[in-house]
Design a protein around this ligand. Structure first.
Ligand code: SAT
Ligand code: MN
Length: 589
């Protein structure tokens, strides 16, 4: 049945351990999706929406986000996981996982999903196979990855990354299933970087269960990238065209739920400027012989944060999700449509909330979970870039690093060179969001927005970035920028954000072209305030200057915070980063 000896052997092994009732090899067809969706309607996991091909589902309250405390990098040596990851000896971890996996799929179907990250015949793409006992996961994987019969065919004789997933909720004979099966007790998201394997147990939530995404494309991907000489990054990819028709591509790293999807599909507030989307979450990037960096999006869909998404904030996302979309943990309207906070100014008078309870605006609680998600095909995005599936990738002219910071970090500045840019990436801090379980709004260091996603020692990761930069020249390397859309004064945002961010991107575009001078400052190159195009924008006088301000008191503190943080990486901290930190400190004496 499975014409791939290694795959067949692995499936047999998992069947013997997990004891499913049956095995289903996914072909990726529309008919398959439809029949699984029907089964999910029958088990009350899905409710069919009036949007064509779309479904509503809601999880249990304990399975709504990534579980960072239960995420492990089980490298052979502890020091290879580094100080930012949870580590356990692989053999020890297997001793924990094997009893949990034993019989864990009883009464369930074991689905085999062959998938490809990246365009099917690209030299940069990689194969994986996910085994899962969740039809909900299969439906999401249909949207998020290239998967099924043609992938299995292309995978013949080739290597694949085995990704094993179970919701960890075996069914006893005769027991009826719950609408959101998951383990109440044990959750483990485990990566074995040397074996290049993933085992995820106990959760059905996207980031924990769609293993092509964070687990493979980032955690295992970053390990592969280091070994093979490329970069797996938590970055959106977007194409920007100016009024003269000149186009440049940018990659931008922001922590989860900080507006990557909105930036990737930005609707320009400046006439004549256009943004097109290659990807909204992950970039796999390679330097080519020409010394330029090229990016592919390993994914095939968007798993975006729903709350806050509206025709005002991201009309293209709203159009993307008009059909063939799975909604998880949003609210349901009596007409069979969806709603979430921020979608409309006035909420509907009556809803079913994300926990399945009836809701009215005076209920005193949110209708949608703050980390509610939509899963939608990238091809449905009205501004999907024509080159989004180009097997060679798109050439990156600018890299952007950002976080959610109420103070200190100016709206935009540029690094002096590549190594300084790597320092900017390494220095990102951001307020925590609902994308991960835990406290909200707490400032934490999140280097390169990769804190939860780097599959190896973060100090080695910084060194890998420095090393990769040697493949280009000052002429061919992308310019590196830092942005902060979230700076506040007196509790109010200083910058309007969303479609107006094109004004900042325009400055970057012109900097790359050598058309704008820039002002040298102790932290890097700032725009002259008149170089940010404010035409047509109602903004209070002095507000831009405030957003761009470098406050020495705040920066002394920032330098001190970084000085306290970087020793975490011990002798793996590259001298280039130490040098950049010393320059920053010196500039503020
Ligand atoms: O849930 S995901 O991990 O896919 C989203 C995110 O946290 O970036
Ligand atoms: Mn993400």
């Amino acid at each position: 049945m499975i014409d791939h000896p290694t795959l067949k052997a692995w499936v047999d092994e998992v069947v013997a351990l997990c004891r499913p009732e049956s095995v289903h090899l996914c072909d990726g067809s529309k008919a398959e999706f439809e029949s699984l969706a029907q089964a999910l309607i029958d088990s009350k996991t899905f409710v069919r929406l009036k949007r064509p091909g779309s479904f509503w589902s809601h999880s249990t309250p304990d399975d709504v986000a990534r579980v960072e405390e239960a995420t492990f990098i089980c490298s052979l040596k502890e020091e290879d996981a580094g100080p930012t990851n949870h580590w356990k000896d692989p053999q020890e971890m297997k001793k924990i996982l094997t009893p949990l996996l034993k019989g864990c799929m009883q009464g369930r179907v074991l689905y085999v999903i062959p998938f490809c990250l990246g365009p099917l015949h690209s030299p940069f793409s990689r194969f994986g196979v996910q085994i899962t006992d969740s039809a909900y996961v299969v439906c999401n994987m249909h949207i998020m990855t290239r998967m099924g019969a043609n992938v299995l065919e292309a995978m013949k004789g080739k290597y694949f990354v085995p990704c094993l997933h179970s919701v960890g909720a075996p069914l006893k004979p005769g027991e009826t299933d719950v609408s959101w099966p998951c383990s109440k007790k044990d959750k483990y998201i485990v990566h074995f970087p040397e074996e290049k394997r993933v085992i995820s147990f106990g959760s059905g939530y996207g980031g924990n269960a769609l293993l092509g995404k964070k687990s493979f494309a980032l955690r295992i991907g970053s390990v592969l990238g280091r070994k093979e000489g490329w970069l797996a990054e938590h970055m959106l990819i977007m194409g920007v065209t100016n009024p003269e028709g000149k186009k440049k591509y940018f990659a931008a790293a922001f922590p989860s739920a900080c507006g990557k999807t909105n930036l990737a599909m930005l609707k320009s507030a400046l006439p004549g400027w256009k943004v097109e989307c290659v990807g909204d979450d992950i970039a796999w990037m390679h330097f080519r012989q020409d010394g330029r960096l090229y990016a592919v999006n390993p994914e095939f869909g968007f798993f975006g944060v729903a709350p806050g998404t509206s025709y005002a904030s991201n009309g293209y996302a709203m159009d993307t999700i008009k059909k063939d979309t799975i909604f998880t943990n949003v609210a349901l309207t009596p007409e069979g449509d969806v709603w979430w906070e921020g979608m409309t100014e006035v909420p509907p008078p009556k809803l079913t909330d994300w926990q399945g309870q009836s809701w009215t605006p005076d209920s005193g609680r949110v209708a949608a979970h703050p980390n509610a998600r939509f899963t939608a095909p990238a091809s449905q995005c009205p501004v999907i870039d024509p080159a989004w599936q180009d097997p060679t990738g798109v050439p990156i002219s600018g890299i952007i690093f950002g976080g959610r910071r109420a103070d200190t970090i100016p709206l935009v500045y540029e690094s002096r060179d590549w190594n300084h840019g790597v320092f900017l990436g390494a220095s990102i801090s951001s307020e925590t969001t609902a994308a991960a379980k835990g406290v909200l709004g707490k400032l934490r260091h999140d280097p390169f927005a990769m804190l939860p996603f780097c599959g190896y020692h973060m100090g080695d990761y910084f060194a890998h970035w420095i090393q990769e930069g040697k493949k280009g020249t000052a002429k061919t390397l992308p310019h590196i920028f830092s942005v902060n859309w979230f700076r506040k004064k007196d509790g109010k945002f200083l910058w309007p954000g969303f479609g107006d961010n094109i004004r900042v991107i325009k400055w970057m575009f012109e900097r790359i072209d050598g058309a704008k001078e820039g002002v040298s400052s102790p932290i890097g190159i700032l725009p002259q305030p008149e170089d940010i195009d404010l035409s047509g924008l109602k903004i209070e006088k002095g507000q831009l200057a405030e957003a761009l301000k470098v406050n020495p008191v705040e920066w002394k503190q920032e330098a001190k915070t970084l000085e306290d943080y970087f020793p975490l990486f011990g002798n793996k901290l590259p001298p280039e980063i130490k040098e950049q930190l010393a320059i920053l400190k010196k500039n503020f004496i």
